[in-house]
Design a protein around this ligand. Sequence first.
Ligand SMILES: Cc1cc2nc3c(=O)[nH]c(=O)nc-3n(C[C@H](O)[C@H](O)[C@H](O)COP(=O)(O)OP(=O)(O)OC[C@H]3O[C@@H](n4cnc5c(N)ncnc54)[C@H](O)[C@@H]3O)c2cc1C
Length: 411
Amino acid sequence: MIAKKLIVIGGGAAGFFCAVNAARMNPLLKVIIAEKGGSVLQKVKVSGGGRCNVTRACFDIDEMAKCYPRGERFVRKSFHQFFTTDTIEWFESRGVALKTEDDGRMFPQSNSSQTIIDCLIKEMNDYKVVLQLYHSVEKIESLENGFDISFKNREIIHSDFLLIACGGFQKLNQFDWLKNLNLKIETPVPSLFTFNFPKHPLNNLMGIAAPNASVKIAGTKLSSEGPILITHWGLSGPAVLRLSAFAARDLEKLNYKFSVIINWCSEFNEPTFVKQIHEQRKLFPAKKPANGNFTGLASRLWEFMLSESGIDDTKRWSDLTSAAINKLAKNCCAYEMHAEGKTTFKEEFVSAGGIALSEIDANTMMSKKYSGLYFGGEILDVDGITGGYNFQHAWTSGFVAAKSIVKQSVE
Ligand SMILES: Cc1cc2nc3c(=O)[nH]c(=O)nc-3n(C[C@H](O)[C@H](O)[C@H](O)COP(=O)(O)OP(=O)(O)OC[C@H]3O[C@@H](n4cnc5c(N)ncnc54)[C@H](O)[C@@H]3O)c2cc1C
């Protein structure tokens, strides 16, 4: 039998995972990774602050899929073939023990992303996957019997199967080299960013977090709950990052100028907060609100809210007018701020957009138009919130593609 060839474009998480699994499943398949740069797995290296947040301790497919603002239905299908449990098992069976942090993120026990890289490189060597660095793909031609792949300043290589896993792009014209394949591409926009509130007095409280908060984009139904962190330029933290992902397209349309409404202590709403103040007045009329923080907010944030509500530290609960009470409730439960811009979240960022999911069969990762052409990872219009979701999609799509390529290669 003539050995068939698979070329994987891109030496990132998705490309590696497809290459090493395909080579292991079919030792007769000649597998080549073509990487445009001089090194591989660079995002794995820097991910999770150098620790690599490999996946998520979430073992329910529906629950996990809900954390993908783009691709929820798509990953629900692909996760049935390779899920978080499979990722954990795959790495652990190769000697990479993983651990779970309190927030559900999973890291190698070594606390070093190099452990993941070493494991993938060992698999590459064990299964004789060929790595070709400085191979930047410029054009792909689909032929009757496979694909011709043109590289910058290199010879054309022919391949029976092709996986495109070259990551996300920030601009539409970065997909131009795929133009002749006539695939639908969703315009890329950034996801996972923090909100800027230039010169806002709240920024002086940088470093303070509100653990049980919620944030809503004014005039929309887009909202998110969880910790909010005040930074020296505005707001960050899980609730903000999650909202930035789900609202990525809406906020891009608004040119990142929008208003948010924040509930700093989401166990209350405005009416229950007012009720609670009346309770305080009844129980402790002579006590000063400055010393009567019942919200669980950090004391500096509580003092800020009192000051924003015009309540100085001479006032007692019994001194507060209805207007002051309502204002304090509004500031604590529906504080409005106007954002002017965004800042990239340095610890993890992805692009929303990419190859439209209508082009791809989620059960195989194969193009619906071209038999033998596969896609994996961030180049697809799939992205998750921060916390291990994006790597899980990379592992899953790489594995699912490998399985289907191997099946096609022996047909
Ligand atoms: C700083 C940072 C931290 C992150 N941390 C986490 C985390 O902890 N957990 C998590 O789940 N996600 C994290 N992510 C997201 C995650 O890294 C990506 O979703 C994931 O790496 C995507 O894998 P990929 O293989 O699709 O693409 P990539 O990892 O981007 O790999 C694509 C590869 O293709 C190559 N390439 C591009 N164009 C060509 C071409 N024309 N020819 C040949 N090669 C090409 C690139 O050089 C690159 O090596 C992080 C992202 C960033 C930026």
